[in-house]
Design a protein around this ligand. Structure first.
Ligand code: CU
Length: 376
């Protein structure tokens, strides 16, 4: 085991060294970005109202208004990075996850366009790794990653203006270890709502009654010589063999919200007939193709950016890796709907599936059993 640890550390150091080309960029960015922010900022931040947000654990989303009230605000968030062991499936497969706020994915953050996002990011001394955050919704400094690299025992505060409306991925991006941290669970999403709320692009209001956040995650768990998934004492010990599996580009698990079955049974998503539901779906690393079996995407922003009119009446939509998308659907029938990645091998064999349990009255006009299965 000691030898394995040495190997892991050596490989990690080598990987960091290989990423040397990126390091000057990362290190050079902060001072430049800070100066630029001071020089060109047209807004007196101190004069803006501030609101503090209590984040919710996915698939739930913190309380928010859909239409902005008043002018831009500074919206304060705090996230604590947790390195923790999580169980991926009913067989007890383990990974040493890296998480924003303890969940895979990290929480969905909601603001309005032109608000300022102010994030306090805490890396407790009990962690073993440096971490940071790259917001795809932010402009400059590697999406904030260049300003937020924190070692265990440190915290950092980043503020950026949410200039673009849409749902966007955020993820950890420490020099030399980016994919490892991302596929260990360290990603989430932010939703920047248009100030007038969601519309179909032609003036029709698209207020939602419920919102759920589904974070899809690919995991790469090494196997032993008998084909069983391996367990490791520490996060560092798993590194070298996990990278070998990552380099095959073949995940061992593709799951919604951190584990096979995390959104089924008692944890199924709930809705009622007639309710308008917004599903935010992110995949920080790999392409995906969400599909609601027995339903549709009435309005879909597959690449998640709300200034584009949504696509109508979609059966399946394509979200490229590194993107968050949003789908809006009004449920028409009661029952259990599977919400899946419609690469059905990933859904049924690797875990990328959840359930909606919908209550209400059945509409015979939409569907009826004319002849139940019977002998001919
Ligand atoms: Cu990290």
């Amino acid at each position: 085991m000691a030898e394995q640890m040495k190997m892991s550390r050596r490989t990690m150091v080598a990987s960091v060294a290989l990423a040397g080309a990126l390091a000057p960029l990362v290190q050079a960015t902060p001072s430049h970005a800070q100066k630029a922010a001071v020089a060109v900022s047209p807004v007196d931040i101190a004069s803006l109202p501030r609101v503090k947000v209590e984040l919710a654990k996915p698939p739930f989303v913190h309380a928010h208004t859909q239409k902005a009230e008043g002018g831009p605000k500074v919206v304060e968030f705090t996230m604590t990075i947790e390195e923790k062991k999580i169980i991926l499936d009913a067989k007890g497969t383990e990974v040493h996850a890296m998480t924003f706020n303890g969940s895979v994915p990290g929480p969905l953050m909601v603001v309005h366009q032109d608000d300022y996002v102010e994030l306090t990011l805490i890396n407790p001394a009990t962690n073993s790794m440096p971490h940071n955050i790259d917001f795809h919704s932010a402009t400059g400094a590697l999406g904030g990653a260049g300003l937020t690299l924190v070692s265990p025992g440190e915290k950092v505060i980043l503020r950026f203006k949410a200039t673009k409306a849409g749902v966007f991925v955020y993820h950890c991006a420490p020099p030399g270890m980016v994919p490892w941290h991302v596929v260990s669970g360290m990603n989430g999403a932010i939703m920047v709502l248009p100030r007038e709320g969601l519309t179909d692009g032609k003036g029709k209001d698209l207020t939602y009654d419920r919102i759920y956040y589904v974070g899809e995650q690919d995991f790469y768990v090494p196997r032993d010589e008998k084909g069983n998934f391996k367990k490791y004492e520490t996060i560092g010990e798993a590194y070298a063999e996990m990278v070998e599996v990552m380099r095959t580009l073949t995940p061992t698990h593709v799951v919604f919200n951190g584990a096979v079955g995390a959104l089924t049974g008692d944890n199924a998503l709930k809705a009622a007939v007639g309710e308008r539901v917004l599903i935010v779906h992110s995949q920080a690393n790999r392409d995906t193709r969400p599909h609601l079996i027995g339903g549709h995407g009435d309005y879909v922003w597959a690449t998640g950016k709300f200034r584009n009119p949504p696509d109508l009446d979609q059966e399946t939509w394509f979200i490229p890796g590194g993107t968050a998308g949003a789908a809006y659907y009004t449920f028409q029938q009661p029952g259990v709907y599977a919400y899946v990645n419609h690469n059905l091998i990933e859904a049924f064999e690797l875990g990328a599936a959840g359930h909606f349990v919908v209550t209400g009255d059945w509409n015979d006009d939409l569907m009826t059993s004319v002849l139940a299965p019977s002998g001919s």
